[in-house]
Design a protein around this ligand. Sequence first.
Ligand code: ADP
Ligand code: MG
Length: 442
Amino acid sequence: MGNVSPRIWSDILLALRSECPELARPWFNALEPTDLQFGVMRVRTPTETQRQYLRQQCQVAFNQAAQTTLNRLVTVEFVAPPEAIMTDRPLSFEEEGDKPILNPDYTFDNFVIGPNNRLAHAASVAVGDAPGRVYNPLFLHGSVGLGKTHLLQAVCHRLVANGNGHGPRILYLTCETFTNHFVEAIERGALHQFRYRYRHVDALVIDDIQFLGARERSREEFFHTFNTLYQSQKQIILSADEAPNGINGLEDRLVSRFSWGLVVRIDPPCLETRMAILHKKATLRCAELPEDVIHFIAATVESNTRELEGALTKVLATSQQYGGLVNLDIAKKALGDHLPAARRLVGITDILEVVTQHFNVRPADLQGKRRNRSLAFPRQICMYLARELTAMSLEEIGGYFGGRDHTTVLHATRTIAEQRTQQADLHQSLLQLTEALHHRIP
Ligand code: ADP
Ligand code: MG
């Protein structure tokens, strides 16, 4: 532990778990502070994926926990062992922006198998263990929130683990990123590099491929990428919200190629599976829920697993107000009389937090009166997201952000909506923020 005593470190973890219970994970126990110098506490993470996750999701919380515990200004810096950096990082264009590439929670171990996803799970494991040899391509489809992204990432984790330190070249990305990158490559006249990068991988994993339907030139490019990889027996894994022949705008040659390997549908989970998932998710958040509460949540929220998680989050958050106690009464209070829709679960405070983190500004600044551009822009983003994701009125939103008038909010939302259609990077940031809010585990 270098010059950080075990006692202090455990106090820091304790502070973190009590201040931000939603962030805590059992694997935090494997973190190890190596030294504290010049106000920087270096903490070693076992894997590169974990390091990226911590940096992206937990940086502020760790800084605060360290500061509270040591009572002075400290910044936590996460470092991964060099060998992990070499081997534990699937290749992705998103790495350039240091976005989290894989969610450390999305592993096979954390995936609950039920009748609804048994085949999808088995096929994913098989592909993770014998890429390019069993099902190629593997195509998973199902409606939103049923675990497609989780399974895709679990395969990536498995491929990395099976690489035994020989870092297989895995490209994991969304269809959105593929098309954006393709367009950029054309604009910069860098098509050659683009092709080299996409066609020299051991596994190409593309999430939400349905978006390809609307992009003709990207589709053409993808067709050739597919053929090259397929012919050299490299693994291709795709997910979509529809079966290949149900995707709008996809031509026959792609539909038929997508069906060459194995096409598997994931269905919504039954009650029993939903309960098992809740158990798993609660454990992942270091929380324990009584059986009747698990049953109540699983019976109330039927639609999909993402909403189920949102409901669990809501119950855990409400229980914080009661000193961490979770019982049926509190669960009922948390979920109200009605089934909460996932969108309604996004709270204005979540938006404020996610946006301030993203832009590295303070919440008080966005809620204050100052109007300089560096604050006005993130504030407008907040207003736009609040309008999109909560049921708040223009007046309420204006009130929350420094008592501003509803016309200000309207102007902000229109400005962002318009800029969004013109600026790909803004669009991308908004997608990420929205995704973060929907996945949020407060
Ligand atoms: P999709 O990509 O299909 O929209 P995700 O993979 O994002 O869905 O899943 C939404 C959430 O539900 C994620 O947090 C994921 O971990 C969780 N989830 C879905 N299915 C399962 C499962 N069978 N076991 C555990 N967690 C699951
Ligand atoms: Mg997904």
